[in-house]
Ligand binder design. Sequence first.
Ligand code: NAD
Length: 469
Amino acid sequence: MLTHFIGGEPVVAGKAFPVHDPVTGAVVRQACEADPEVVDRAVRAARQAARDWAAMPVGERAGWMRRLAEGIEARFDDLVAAEIADTGKPLDQTRTLDIPRGIANFRAFAEIASQRPEDAFHLPGVLSYTVRRPLGVIAVIVPWNLPFLLMTWKLAPALVSGNTVVVKPSEHTPGSAAVFAELCAEVGLPPGVVNVIFGHGPAGQLLVEHPGVDAVTFTGSTATGTAIMKSVADRVKRISFELGGKNAGLVFEDGDLGKAVEGAVKSVFTNGGQVCLCTERLYVQRPVFEEFCAALAARAQEIVPQPMISAEHREKVLSYYALARSEGAKVLAGGGVPAFGDHRDAGYFVEPTVVTGLSEWSRFNREEIFGPVCHVAPFDSEAEAIDLANGSEYGLAATVWTTNLDRAHRVAQRLEAGLVWVNTWYLRDLRTPFGGVKLSGIGREGGTRSLDFYSEPTTITIKLEQPDV
Ligand code: NAD
């Protein structure tokens, strides 16, 4: 049974709920559901720890971040096992991306925070400078698709900036957060600095609404983001939202078609398409459209399917496969449920799928599906490609495949997205701003942008009297 972690101690409280292995559908563990009392206790523990943690020099907190990174290294195999048990991710991805990124997050923000200069402004006889103070207690609410990577992406800058946190991982993926809580105690992190509670959406809502919480950092769906925004509006709490996407990929005829196809395979099917940055809309210049579609469809049929996180999510993705057909799509690959003939047949799999022939106004092309699926459509001109990519209510990420340098910059700068990749996908420098526009979010995290979100500047202005001479 996974227990909450509050004030440095395991806390057994609330009803138990089951967590399923998406590969087999079997129950892998039980976790405690946070009730109002548990949430209150966690927020109080965080508040109690906040004063000493905030008073610590940033260099010392950076030292704690490095110790947490070492703690992750020491529990690497346990974290890998927990993440795989909850998500069904491939071992290789978990070992090379999900858990190492947690280490990188703590190391990167230790550096960024300790090297950050303060602003100073001079006028004759006037000195103004800013100091940054932590916000207090941060609610960290994260989804199930990259549980450890996304949790640590928020924890590291929040903690190094001097805040204490209450984390609520997704109800589908509490395992790696539970191991992280243990390792916080193992490295001797002061009690109450990191608190972890488990539970479903209502537990998250109790947490964000708690008057002892000063700010909310959230990654998840746009629907939940809007619900949280309403919940915290009365208290004008600071929010940072990384939400859904309906990301476009543009393939120009001057692009390297082989690389564009492989890039599309990665950007559509990685993690079963369950990455906010995944491409769901591909636009290909007409002269290479047929060739691209044939190559992508052939590659889609070779992909080893990854499970969807839950039976409900699989039903949602399959409902979009059915919708595509009812809206008149031509299915180029997949479109159904794979038959393995082994234990995986009880799991939550869908086939990697490529469709074409739908209008831009179809629901399929407008709504985030979050599965291993994309729609491919042709375009003629660069201007049309830009309009198609921008014709979405979302604006998280986009990819551009071209070998024309002028076009690469021209197009990338006109795309309404927080992140644009040219001839690559998901290549990240943790110092760069990360986030989306339109329905894809509010604000940016990453590098000093994260430190800005997790702290408040105070401007101090001093009048400097000139001595009489
Ligand atoms: P979700 O919104 O259903 O849940 C996310 C978290 O919010 C979970 O921990 C959940 O328990 C909690 N929650 C649910 N209702 C709540 C409420 N009313 N108040 C407070 N907390 C609540 O999202 P999900 O299904 O777990 O994740 C998939 C979504 O996340 C997709 O839309 C995807 O695009 C998005 N995502 C975005 C990014 C990004 O960086 N932009 C990254 C990863 C995932």
